[in-house]
Design a binder for this molecule. Structure first.
Ligand code: GLY
Length: 429
């Protein structure tokens, strides 16, 4: 079967790596794909949000299955467009993708269904939001309603911080219409984890648990990023905790949407905060986590394409995934300055040496093919903030961390940065 994967980052490279290994995959295309994955997926020069061009390509190329990486095309309705054209595609409809596309929709649904989540209020007027702030103890979280490329959630330690976030969203409109409504939410304390499941509209299959590291510096310091690393499984997600998240958050959403005649098919990702009072849902996402996927895929023994096809066909009932019990750690190697300004075009050295190391697999997040080395091998240059997701398995967390950082230290480019404490909580736990 010909499979089309949409997206170009480290998450998509990890999905491509797994899909390419499936006996069901005859040929894999990626739109736009990347140079880093071009040995397993033929790049198609179409942007991930150009739904019309993607659809035309899928029809012309007789694509049997389309898998969507990022949220933007899902929220824009790519699944509806492909299904209307009679094509098989994995993901939720535009209406169901509002679970991620509108935080207001998502929080109101959580409230309606009694899903544990932080108390919140919704505002579209700056003055009203300021009045509400006067009644709040800090910290609070200010969230833009719509998609904001991962920059729409601000944890505010002081009233001044909250005012600044509200001014940016409601007055300066830095996120355009995505910030025309905001949520002010209580800040809950605890440890975060990611519960990612696949649903066929009725049945649910959970992927292995994981935890990501959002802050740019060690010790969870500095600004939030698109993810500085992840590991799987997350020891904080005990069987009991997973059952609670399934019963109190995942099934209520899946059952509710099914009862409304809008069955949810695709990935449902619950970002949770584990507190002394149990798990709270921070957010729902409608796609695979990034960079969690980079730490989860190397542990998945089952066929990802079979899982996806079963979800599309409503056949997940009684289906269980087979996992490698060994932990996996993935470290994001980023351009210095990220998530602020950074320079691109730095030559990356040591990649083939790192990729050849025991237990290691490297996913490219933001690279481009550069000149050829003297031995004929391809050299890569940096082309994004997050550059590589260097990933390794181990017999336990300590050895996975050691394998991973040995490979990280073999790689070098000018102004390279990475966190040195990825998965430290797993060791501590
Ligand atoms: N790891 C956070 C996300 O995928 O949204």
């Amino acid at each position: 079967m010909r499979i089309l994967l949409i997206g170009s980052g480290g998450r998509e490279h990890a999905l491509a790596w797994k899909i390419a290994g499936s006996p069901k995959c005859g040929k894999l295309y990626a739109a736009p794909g990347s140079d880093g994955m071009s040995d397993i997926a033929e790049s198609v020069n179409i942007r991930a949000d150009d739904i019309t061009a993607l659809l035309n390509f899928a029809v012309a190329s007789k694509i049997g299955l389309t898998v969507v990486g990022p949220e933007v095309p899902l929220v824009a309705g790519i699944v509806d467009a492909f299904q209307d054209a009679g094509l098989r595609i994995f993901g939720p409809t535009k209406e169901n993708a509002r679970l991620e596309g509108s935080k207001v929709f998502s929080k109101e649904l959580m409230k309606k269904l009694g899903i544990p989540t932080a108390d919140f209020r919704i505002f579209d007027k700056y003055e009203d939001a300021l009045e509400y702030l006067k009644t709040k103890k800090m910290p609070v979280v200010v969230k833009a309603d719509g998609l904001a490329a991962g920059k729409g959630v601000v944890v505010c330690k002081s009233t001044e911080d909250a005012k600044t976030a509200l001014t940016r969203m409601l007055v300066d409109k830095v996120f355009g219409p995505a910030g025309s409504r905001v949520i002010i939410e209580d800040c809950i304390k605890g440890e975060e984890a990611s519960i990612i499941v696949v649903s066929d509209g009725k049945n649910v299959t959970a992927l292995a648990s994981s935890q990501d590291h959002k802050r740019v510096f060690d010790g969870d310091k500095g600004p939030n990023t698109g993810g500085m690393g992840a590991y799987s499984p997350a020891p904080i997600v005990t069987d009991d905790l997973l059952r609670k998240v399934m019963d109190k958050a995942i099934y209520p959403v899946i059952n509710h949407l099914a009862s409304e005649g809008k069955p949810y098919k695709g990935v449902l990702y619950a970002g949770i905060m584990v507190t002394d009072n149990g798990p709270y849902v921070l957010e729902f996402n409608v796609r695979f986590g990034d960079p969690e996927t980079q730490a989860i895929m190397p542990r998945l023994k089952s066929d990802l394409v079979e899982l996806i096809e079963r979800a599309i066909d409503g056949k997940l009932g009684g289906y269980a995934l087979d996992w490698n019990p060994r932990p996996c750690v993935s470290v994001a190697v980023v351009s210095g300055g990220y998530p602020g300004d950074f320079v691109k075009g730095m030559e990356i050295r040591g990649l083939s040496q790192a990729a050849g190391m025991k237990e290691v697999v490297i996913f490219h997040a933001g690279t481009k093919s550069g000149r050829r080395a003297t031995d004929g091998s391809r050299l890569f240059i940096t082309s994004g903030g997050r550059v590589l997701n260097i990933t390794a398995l181990g017999s336990d967390y300590r050895s996975a961390i050691d394998h991973c950082y040995e490979a990280v230290r073999a790689v070098h480019f000018d102004k390279m940065h990475y966190r040195t404490d990825i998965a430290h909580r797993a060791v501590r736990n």
